[in-house]
Write a protein that binds this ligand. Structure first.
Ligand code: RTP
Ligand code: MG
Length: 151
């Protein structure tokens, strides 16, 4: 694990439509992770199919791609020690019904098909997803003033 570990997070269309963008981003910011990149986009079907390519054979795949393309998303890269696993923990379980209160999905959602926010499931996946959603020059190099109070 390094302080430079990066993960890809994405607020899904339900989070955007429900006005939850700030509330959710706030949790990763308050934790102490560093924002490296962020964009507000309506993703193409092609991009979403690539993003979820590992799930292509699942019965819910077409519905998932349709939902993810039904409105804008907020795509982000966050960095910090253990960012991949800790951000997944902040999100909760895939199924909101199994997510504890205090997690994003536990607090803001009910249904597995409308679960608010995506987080990469491994460092390798994160690297693949970051490349898929962002150009190198969109990843911002900066040192937050607070960093010395976190590490
Ligand atoms: P995500 O990739 O969106 O962060 O979610 P995840 O890792 O927790 O779960 P994953 O297995 O990657 O599934 C991606 C999304 O597909 C929907 N899903 N529906 N049984 C179902 O109906 C089902 N299983 C998964 C969820 O919206 C999940 O977030
Ligand atoms: Mg996943």
């Amino acid at each position: 694990m390094s302080k430079g570990e990066r993960t890809f997070l994405m607020l899904k269309p339900d989070a955007v439509h429900r006005g939850l963008i700030a509330d959710i981003i706030k949790r990763f910011e308050q934790k102490g992770f560093k924002l490296v990149a962020m964009k507000f986009v309506k993703a193409s079907e092609e991009l979403l199919k690539k993003h979820y390519e590992e799930l292509a054979q699942k019965p819910f795949f077409n519905g998932l791609v349709k939902y993810m393309g039904s409105g804008p998303v907020v795509a982000m890269v966050w960095e910090g020690l253990g960012a991949v696993a800790t951000c997944r923990a902040i999100l909760g379980e895939t199924d909101p019904a199994k997510s504890k209160p205090g997690t994003v999905r536990g607090d803001f959602s009910i249904h597995i098909g409308r679960n608010i926010c995506h987080g990469s499931d491994s460092v390798d996946t994160a690297n693949r997803e970051i490349k898929l959603w962002f150009k190198d020059e969109e990843l911002v190099e900066w040192e937050p003033e607070m960093a010395k109070w976190i590490y």
